[in-house]
Design a protein around this ligand. Structure first.
Ligand code: GDP
Ligand code: MG
Length: 439
């Protein structure tokens, strides 16, 4: 997904404006990228429509940096599709808050039940009780007991011969007696949704009136995850989703679809087998993850990437010593060219937008190549000692670079202004410069 989107964005990057055909091509890439990431077809269709509508707005077409604007729109729409804000667990007004885990076999219910219990213990000093209501495999109860022992949480169980609804009834009675503030019910799953399972879960729900029915979905199952989520939600009206196995490289395609199709919030994500690897789901972070280009979302972040701290340090020293020369000037131009439009970058630097010197430092990106040619026509001495650039040297440089003399003069003037401005900044507030250099 990332690669596709990034390629699409790269094509746009150098452009000053987005034409309709550029936009169409980009939207096609985004659509394909999402489909490849297993995002549900209808979700993709709606999503692309939304992005296109926003991207067609006049603002974007006249924008200075269309690639960034489109990334921003895609990012915002992804975030919106996934629900904008993190949604906390439902909590009961009086104890216990009852959480029922549901989902297919192997989705991660038992593991997540343990993770959740640990989280509640750590965050709220809670005293949860877990109920073992998966009676179809003896191993399932053993597993829950083991998980619970590892995090020091009690388990209520009656073995495999008692009806799960009865187990839950007795478990709740015990929780009331012990004043447990949370009850987490671990239920059975199947390899596929079937009527019998759904009826059993519906019966447990009817008895326990859970505050939270957490549907646990394996993020690696792609399109199937959506069908599963829909099936469970239709029957049980779940209150939230936990997306498991989002470790490492797994992209969040399922997150996008599930939220869009069921309308139910994703509350947590599982990112590993360890008990601590459960995180609150943040739509904006997942959007960046799906896009794989959080780095492009802010110029500052990008600046930080492109400049390494050492370079920044060197430049800072040079400015302080007032030995900033044409070689540095060229380096700066190279760096800036890598980052996109100069104007945007400059605006990010605190104090820069209002700096009177800014008005004169208009480095048109298109002229940057010419600037380089001029610098390359200077002798090493001239580059490090700009003060010696008298009229005859300037004429020679202009001829060598194949640029008119007035352009050479203008550039030297710009260089001097830039130097002066940097000097001012270094004497006054360095923070702006340091921020620019990524320190
Ligand atoms: P259940 O059948 O729904 O109760 O699923 P389990 O809790 O038994 O989990 C099935 C398998 O998935 C186990 O091996 C878990 O360790 C593993 N698992 C659960 N959640 C995660 C996760 O977030 N990341 C990874 N990598 N593995 C997980
Ligand atoms: Mg289980």
């Amino acid at each position: 997904l990332t690669e596709r989107l990034q390629n699409a964005m790269r094509k746009l990057r150098g452009k000053g404006k987005v034409s309709e055909s550029d936009l169409r091509a980009t939207m096609r890439e985004i659509r394909l990228a999402l489909l490849e990431a297993d995002v549900n077809f209808t979700v993709v269709k709606d999503f692309v429509k939304q992005v296109r509508e926003r991207a067609m707005g006049a603002d974007v077409l006249e924008g200075l940096n269309p690639a960034q604007q489109i990334v921003k729109i895609v990012d915002e729409e992804l975030t919106k599709t996934m629900g904008e804000e993190a949604v906390p667990l439902n909590k009961s007004a009086k104890i216990p808050t009852i959480i029922m885990m549901v989902g297919l076999q192997g989705a991660g219910k038992t593991t997540t039940a343990g993770k959740l219990a640990l989280r509640l213990k750590n965050e709220e000093k809670a005293r949860p009780l877990m109920i073992a209501a998966d009676v179809y495999r003896p191993a399932a109860i053993d597993q829950l007991v083991q998980v619970a022992a590892g995090i020091d949480v009690p388990v209520f169980q009656l073995g495999t011969d008692v009806d799960p609804v009865e187990i839950v009834r007795q478990g709740l009675a015990q929780a009331a007696e012990n004043h447990n503030d949370y009850v987490i019910i671990d239920t059975a799953g199947r390899l596929q949704i079937d009527e019998q399972l759904m009826d059993e879960l519906a019966n447990i729900k009817a008895l326990a009136h859970p505050d939270e029915i957490l549907l646990t979905v394996d993020a690696m199952t792609g399109q199937n995850a959506v069908a599963t989520a829909q099936g469970f939600d239709d029957k049980l009206d779940v209150t939230g989703v936990v997306l498991t196995k989002l470790d490492g490289d797994t992209r969040g395609g399922a997150a996008l679809s599930i939220r869009a199709v069921t309308g139910k919030p994703i509350k947590f994500i599982g990112q590993g087998e360890k008990m601590t690897q459960l995180d609150v789901f943040h739509p904006d972070r997942m959007a960046s993850r799906i896009l794989g280009m959080g780095d492009m979302l802010s110029l500052i972040e990008k600046t930080q990437q492109e400049y390494d701290a050492k370079q920044a340090q060197e430049l800072t020293e040079k400015i302080q010593e007032n030995s900033f020369d044409f070689n540095d000037f060229i380096d700066q131009i190279d760096q800036i060219q890598k980052m996109g439009p100069m104007e945007d970058l400059m605006k990010m630097i605190p104090g820069m937008a209002n700096n009177p010197a800014m008005k004169n430092v208009q480095v048109d990106p298109k002229d940057m190549g010419h600037l380089k040619a001029v610098v390359y026509s200077m002798t090493p001495e001239e580059r490090t000692n700009p003060d010696i650039l008298n009229p005859s040297r300037r004429r020679r440089i202009a001829a060598g670079a194949g640029r008119p003399i007035h352009e050479v003069n203008r550039m030297i003037k710009q260089f001097n202004q830039m130097k002066k401005m940097m000097n001012q900044m270094s004497k006054g507030n360095m923070s702006g410069m340091e921020q620019m250099m990524g320190q």
